[in-house]
Design a protein around this ligand. Structure first.
Ligand code: G3P
Ligand code: MG
Length: 262
């Protein structure tokens, strides 16, 4: 597939990004959820969340703790990858997914195998900060070792981590996640510009016309999450966003890419 470009070509509709895989129908951040996204025609990208295990392996998990989406309990950082692999990451969603495990980033990239671009969201917890630059370094290494560098967007709510990725690899594509409590009133050009990011990602209710205008004028791409209804998707397309993150990207993609057929 083509190298990832933060902004879709002019004639192209917005990118469709499968948020945590097809997480509305398959347990989030599992190989099954990512495989479903790869099998659905038209989906451009897969979003996933990464953090570290006790033995510094890059794992794909949204929460800091295990209990919402697995049979484990407590912080994932307190378990080695071997221990983490014991937990069932699918039954909470549906018993038919009991074989799903928390995947490593390496396993996901190997599975996706460049059928889709991947948006790697680096998780960081304010009260539990990671060792200096460790997650950034480990994630970037994995991406490079698997030859995925030109097919990945790194993003984070922690803009310092985004800046670190850029410093470690100038050619990496990056996005800043907008936090309304921290970033309110600051424009995309400033938020992205100060760490050299190409993309701003925000929640649908956070986006304003002023932000969009500023992004368009400064060449920053704008992606919006999490859009699970065609009415909202329609509105966001009209506003002119560049990317749409959805839990049901398999349904949304038909509408985005071919609205008259839906
Ligand atoms: O990357 C967009 C979105 O995933 C950010 O929020 O909590 O779903 O990781 P969250
Ligand atoms: Mg995320």
């Amino acid at each position: 597939m083509q190298p990832y470009q933060p902004k879709p070509p002019h004639e192209h509709r917005p990118y469709v990004v499968a948020h945590r895989g097809i997480s509305g129908k398959v347990p989030e951040n599992t190989l099954a959820a990512f495989e479903r996204a790869c099998e659905t025609p038209g989906i451009d990208m897969i979003e996933l969340d990464v953090r570290l295990s006790k033995d510094d392996q890059v794992i794909v998990l949204h929460d800091r703790t295990l209990q919402r989406t697995t049979t484990g309990n407590g912080a994932a950082r307190h378990y080695s990858i071997a221990e983490i692999k014991e937990f069932d990451a699918g039954s909470w969603f549906d018993p038919s997914f009991s074989n799903e495990r928390i995947p490593t980033l390496e396993e996901v990239l190997a599975l996706v195998n460049k059928r889709r671009w991947v948006n790697i969201e680096l998780k960081s917890d304010f009260f539990f900060p990671e060792k200096h630059e460790l997650l950034e370094d480990r994630a970037l290494d994995t991406v490079k070792n698997l030859g995925y560098r030109d097919h990945v967007l790194f993003s984070s709510f922690n803009h310092q981590m985004v800046g670190t990725i850029k410093r470690l690899d100038q050619g990496a594509r990056t996005g800043v996640l907008y936090n309304i409590y921290r970033d309110y009133g600051r424009m995309p050009s400033k938020l992205a510009g100060r760490v050299g990011a190409e993309v701003l990602v925000c929640a649908k209710h956070e986006l304003t016309q002023r932000m969009l205008r500023d992004a368009q004028q400064s060449g920053v791409a704008v992606y919006v999450y999490t859009l699970n209804s065609t009415a909202v998707v329609d509105k966001m397309i009209e506003m002119g966003v560049d990317g749409i993150l959805s839990d049901i990207a398999d349904d949304i993609v038909r509408f985005v890419k071919n609205p008259t057929a839906s």
